[in-house]
Design a protein around this ligand. Structure first.
Ligand SMILES: [Zn+2]
Length: 373
């Protein structure tokens, strides 16, 4: 057994043990998902969002789509199994979200990387938030199936090569040569970058990944010759980013994973009406840590709504045969101490006249509903 796995086992056993002694740590959270889920919308023309668990988020202006992560495989994970993309889930998940093939308006044969961003139609850009399996494992395949630009770092490009080899001839509609992957940033020194996609302005912010004694096992970059399937910690973090999606005066900030995110808000003076915030693991941080993060979102960034993401048990399959794509439910993780994080979110958002809302699963919703001026 590799040394890194030997080191991880006591940590994971400790977490499992804590989960047993904290049986009620997601009961309130579960209730709130039922009562405070935002309404679905039929309006497909302006700025809608679809969410399918972890931090897979599709934004759509009715013509142009941008996808965060696109993790549909939702593989079983443990220290003892290996993981690889599940093509059936990827196809079914992409269909369930209504992902459309890329076309360049008025020049349909033009690929996404040479098409003017205002002419984007369908899935134009996919942004894995970092290199871990629950974000990046499926991204390259989704990009290849729909002709989208894959924005990634070097690790993401190496993972793309591994995914291409893994699916081989099994993916009839993958076109790996249509669009080459692009870099998050122009250089290692750059920590923010903006670009257009249809009516959206997208800004990436380099963001420190959530930090705990577990995450050290997944830090660093992928080896150039990474092969799929691989182990739980085989897909390395690489560079992590948060994503601000703006349209006119509306701003949606997506933070899949972060450590002390208030430093990023302060450094860039980020403003956003709504924040989709990854909270997995936050329940194990101190109360003051959580207060600092949520206060900076509500006070400094001016968020009127916080939508928790990355809270579900991610090894539950949602799509494909035997699954009802009209009635998809997410199961709150039993080990994330979600009630604790929710209590701090509630007290901070109340102080700043903001709210906590939950994203519907699969169906389109307007994240700004009820807070539009
Ligand atoms: Zn991660």
């Amino acid at each position: 057994m590799p040394r890194i796995l030997k080191r991880a086992i006591p940590c994971l056993l400790a977490l499992a043990g804590l989960a047993l002694v904290l049986p009620s740590c997601s009961n309130e959270f579960r209730k709130r998902v039922e009562t405070d889920t935002l309404p679905v919308t039929e309006d497909k023309e302006r700025f809608t969002v679809k969410f399918s668990g972890v931090s897979t988020i599709l934004v759509d202006d009715g013509r142009t789509q941008v996808l965060i992560d696109g993790y549909f495989s939702r593989v079983h994970r443990s220290l003892f199994n290996t993981m690889a993309p599940d093509l059936e889930q990827i196809v079914a998940g992409s269909d369930a979200l209504g992902i459309r093939d890329f076309e360049c308006i008025n020049a349909v044969a033009e690929p996404a990387n040479t098409c003017a961003s205002r002419q984007y139609s369908g899935l134009s850009v996919i942004i894995p938030a970092h290199g871990h399996y629950d974000h990046a494992m499926d991204s390259a395949i989704v990009a290849a199936r729909h002709g989208a630009i894959l924005l990634a770092d070097e690790s993401g490009r190496d993972l793309r090569a591994a995914a291409r080899t893994f699916v081989g001839d099994n993916c009839d509609d993958c076109d790996w040569d249509r669009v080459a992957p692009s870099e998050y940033f122009d250089s290692g020194a750059q920590n923010a970058r903006s670009f257009g996609a249809g009516s959206f302005k997208i800004t990436l912010y380099r963001t420190e990944h959530f930090c705990s004694f577990i995450t050290e096992f997944g830090a660093g970059n992928n080896p150039e010759d990474i092969v799929l399937p691989t182990s739980l910690f085989g897909m390395k973090e690489g560079v992590a980013v948060s994503i601000l999606v703006e349209q006119g005066d509306k701003g949606l900030l997506i933070v899949p994973s972060s450590n002390a995110f208030e430093t990023v808000v302060a450094e860039h003076g980020i403003k956003a009406d709504v924040v989709m915030m990854g909270i997995g693991g936050n329940g194990w941080k101190s109360k003051s840590y959580l207060e600092n993060v949520f206060t900076s979102l509500a006070e400094e960034a001016g968020a009127k709504r916080i939508i928790p993401i990355h809270w579900d048990k991610d090894s539950t399959k949602l799509f494909g045969e035997g699954h009802d794509s009209q009635n998809v439910q997410l199961e709150p993780s039993a080990i994330m101490r979600l009630d604790r994080t929710l209590a701090v979110m509630d007290s901070v958002t109340q102080e700043f006249a903001a709210d906590v809302g939950f994203a519907p699963v699969i169906d389109a919703f307007d994240p700004f509903a009820g807070i539009d001026s």
